[in-house]
Design a protein around this ligand. Structure first.
Ligand SMILES: C[S@@+](CC[C@H](N)C(=O)[O-])C[C@H]1O[C@@H](n2cnc3c(N)ncnc32)[C@H](O)[C@@H]1O
Length: 301
């Protein structure tokens, strides 16, 4: 008797196209690391098969049955429960680096990745950056990417959420940066000591009323990481008001406020903010130097 012929396995390319169609038909929202269903399907297949994007033959590889079954389960969960893919995979990429993520932290996606990748050129000279403060570190992705971009620096990375700092500690250890990144649980600047050459922050900036209008995927992220008062600018305003005293003489504040740029400009009309443009997409990051920021004694309130 002839043995049963083996059923041909779908290739990586074929499975990605199939999953893409199902994600699109399921009406998912992309925006947590990818911006279209095909890239999202590819991220899942590549992750589960531990494939490298540098592998020229990756797309032609056959997908083993157990991997396909696991993908079926994940796609079902993704569509039915609207859980963003990085939470399902427990992994997100930022500035070319891989991070553990779960429901305790926002999924990394800030346009800061591009600024960090360029060493904040032309606004900073890498050799001049010795101390960095990140406010609201979440998974630690920005603090870790900054520590790598400025190899002579030390970083203080704060967050009000103890749970977020647990995840930041996982990622700090994963990247071997325990000696250069200090994690501190605090509210904005409370208990922060000394001055910094760079303060980098993407605090929560979504207005309270808007959160319920966002796609369902956002409701899996910590509300503390997203919402900041009636106009979204509660945390950004507090940071702007006090940043000057935590900056060295030539220190730079880089703060992301997303769509809140006009609210920020109106709140601080005397600060000549610089708004960098991004080649890889995104906007809403303001730069301001210490000497242009409100003096904390006479701050605009
Ligand atoms: C938009 S998330 C950014 C997380 C991370 N930097 C990233 O890019 O993925 C904002 C972070 O700020 C933290 N946060 C919110 N309010 C804060 C406060 N008053 N003081 C310090 N951190 C705060 C949140 O817990 C959250 O981790």
């Amino acid at each position: 008797m002839n043995p049963k012929p083996a059923v041909p396995r779908p290739t990586v390319a074929e499975l990605i196209l199939d999953l893409e169609q199902r994600l699109a038909a399921g009406g998912i929202f992309c925006g947590h690391g990818t911006d279209n269903p095909r890239d999202e399907a590819a991220s899942m297949v590549f992750h589960l098969m531990a494939l490298s994007h540098d592998d020229d033959r990756a797309y032609a590889r056959p997908v083993p049955e157990p991997v396909q079954q696991r993908l079926e389960e994940l796609i079902e969960k993704r569509v039915r429960e609207r859980i963003p893919a990085p939470y399902l995979l427990k992994e997100a990429w930022f500035a070319g680096l891989c991070f553990h993520v779960d429901h305790r932290v926002l999924i990394p996606r800030s346009p800061f990745a591009e600024l960090i990748g360029s060493g904040f050129a032309p606004w900073l000279r890498p050799a001049s950056v010795e101390r960095i403060l990140e406010i609201g570190t979440g998974s630690g992705c920005i603090a870790i990417a900054c520590a790598m971009a400025f190899p002579h620096s030390t970083v203080v990375a704060t967050d009000i959420s103890a749970q977020a700092l647990e995840v930041a500690a996982i990622n700090r250890a994963r990247h071997g940066l325990e000696q250069r990144i200090e994690l501190l649980q605090t509210d904005i600047f409370v208990g922060v000591e000394g001055q910094f050459d760079l303060i980098v922050t993407n605090p929560p900036y979504v207005p309270e009323q808007e959160i319920s209008r966002l796609p369902a995927e956002y409701r899996h992220e910590p509300e503390l990481a997203l919402v900041s008062g009636p106009d979204g600018m509660e945390s950004p305003r507090r940071i702007l008001q006090d940043a000057a005293q935590y900056l060295t003489d030539h220190g730079l504040l880089a703060i992301e406020v997303g769509a809140g740029s006009q609210v920020l400009e109106d709140a601080f009309p005397n600060v000549p903010f610089v708004w960098p443009e991004f080649e890889q997409g995104g906007s809403g990051i303001a730069l301001a130097w210490k000497h242009d920021l409100p003096d904390s004694e006479t701050a605009e309130r």
